[in-house]
Design a protein. Sequence first.
Length: 455
Amino acid sequence: MSIQSPSRLSFFLFFLSSTTINFLLCETIYFESIHSADHLYLPLFVKDLVSGEGIRHWFLPPSPYFFPDLFLNLILYPLVPLCYLPSAYGTLQMLLVFLGISIFISRYTNKTDSLQFLYRLEFLFIFLSLLGYLTSDHPLPFVYFLSQAHHSTGFFFSLLLAIYLYSLLNDREPNQNENGVVSYLSLPLTLFFFFGFSLLYLSDRFSFSVGAISFFVVRIWDSNLPLSERVSYFRKKRFWILAISFFIFNEFVFWGLRQTFHIPGSFQILKNYLSNQSFEKIFSLSATYLWDFTKHIFYQGKSILFLLGLVLISFPKFPKLVRHLLVVFFPVLLGLLLLVGRFTYLHPYPIRYLFPIWFFGILGLTWVLLSYTRWISASLFLLVFFGTSYFLSELPFPRERVRSEFSSITDKEVPYDLEKPIRFWSQGNQTPIPIGKDGKPYHWITGAFHTHLTE
């Protein structure tokens, strides 16, 4: 008996319902998170860029997030009011993520499994979001599915590029093995990936690294290929020429960006700090930091603990690829969190660097959930989503309260966490200067010094 493939209407109903819920999540549970000072960097940057005020005065973050974060903001800016830009961005990001997952799964299974997977993925995201809200997690760890300028958009794009590149190369290898002729990517495709990964590298080197590591994890752990073929890329001059050219080209361009804009040199900051510490001191600081970080999760990350518990229980049933990615990324991202959060830019809880682990964990759990709940129809999920939309619509909408609070602040000098929200909610009519704890102007991710040249 054949199974009828879902119609376009079925996919439309999913995307309509999930988009509605994700927008409501942005306007309720996640509202204050996605409208915090760090998250408002790009909306204000785009406002200055489009309005003609210029951007040379901006002090940019170590990862400027020019692509794809800035690109998506530029698309949305003429379509939605500035004050709705963060919510619109989060909603669009999840829509694009679901579209990408749908296309990827349909390539290897069928449209029925793809649609069922999407419903369960959205269900898990809603459940974990509500769990974090009800347990008062701080910060809400799954906000990065909807946030900008915090590595998540770059992570999604780098993963998409890596998977697409691997699938293209994998499709060419059977012809190479049969004919004995090496089949390379065409020049247009080579340039597409070269400049695509270049945009990522210049905008967000963390996301670029995640995509590159994902590509080689998938390749090296492909048990369908002999070991000699898995490492074949490293034996080809073409690979090394492209890799070396890539890094030289992008480091030169990034050096130019640093001469044009105010961008901190992360590697120099890290080198200067570590050079003044002994090995014993570094080890002690690392152990203390990770212990404090773990306690923070235990006391203020209940939804993360719940997710990790489910991942540990279900891990053997995860797809092989997801298991491999989790095994590789857990120590890598933990090490990166330590380097950035403790030794470069002091931060007690940079949970965003572990976001890829949450994402892969939720993907694996969705796959396990699908295997046990195929009997649940899309109609039932739509009913649940309708109920969720009603529940979210009954929650407080903090938009007017937040707007009123920040618009009423008239101080000319304010702490960092107030400067960008005041500019944002006043539509740029108020331009306070961020001041550090030492009482001096604070030059960190701000465009406040366009008219105020205080040093």
